[in-house]
Design a protein around this ligand. Sequence first.
Ligand SMILES: Cc1ncc(C[n+]2csc(CCOP(=O)(O)OP(=O)(O)O)c2C)c(N)n1
Ligand SMILES: [Mg+2]
Length: 283
Amino acid sequence: MGDLKKLSAKIRLEVCKMLKHRGFGHLGGSLSIVETLSVLYGDVMKINPLNPNWEGRDWFVLSKGHAGPALYATLAVKEYFPVEMLNTLNDNSTRIPSHPDRLKTPGVDVTTGSLGQGISLAVGIAKSFRMSQKSNRVYSIVGDGECNEGQVWEAFQFAAHHRLSNLIIFIDENHKQLDGPTKDIVNPFDIKEKLEAFGFVVKRVKGNDESEIKKAVLEMFEVQDKACCIILDTVKGQGIEYFETLADNHHIRFSGESEFQLDLAIEKLKQELESEGRLCNLF
Ligand SMILES: Cc1ncc(C[n+]2csc(CCOP(=O)(O)OP(=O)(O)O)c2C)c(N)n1
Ligand SMILES: [Mg+2]
């Protein structure tokens, strides 16, 4: 297991444990971005967990804010705050509310949850870094269902017009939104073609493959003067077969079979990480 795969497994485990503790939550859309968060926080982003507000840092905007548990798990594993804090998800006066709040959680750069608004903030932040000639980069993850929001396309048009190559937009194309397949609700058609028509450089990658995601990001670093988008071909509930195939996997209240399967996934991930640890100790 490579370092990024190991980090993904740790993040996936913490997401599952957190939602098991809470008893419900946005599992499907949290799991589909685990590998991307692993590449961003484990490799390409300039960050300083000991000083989350470090001026030289890269910024991350989780535009699909309902996937907050995946971001919290990543920040905890990267030691922005103690892992134990994950057990306070959604509690009264918690520092990790259901959707990210920049005033509450160390490492959360932007408050999100109202779909469409995160990416709008991300383009503004990238533009401001440009105007002040700063080298900070901005990364944002947008949902494919979120792309039904008109505001998203206004933001994309702004990024293309201002040639914001200091912003990498990820679209999590897991083909589902809240209550069904995106093509049945409002068909997004071919997102790649649409963005290319806007003037973006676009790459589509397997969203469960850390090395492909990393390679795409490094390719985007070479783009000088155009907006950049990486489309993540993912599965809602990614990485846990039962939840991948569960029809209603957007927000799950765990009981019966779903709780049993969540427990099973937690045990499996723990074992994978433990045997990896034992293997490392041999060398
Ligand atoms: C403006 C707004 N409208 C509606 C919602 C309710 N909502 C939360 S998640 C969601 C579906 C989003 O689908 P997608 O972007 O595909 O997310 P994912 O599949 O990654 O979970 C909706 C409609 C919201 N958060 N914000
Ligand atoms: Mg989706």
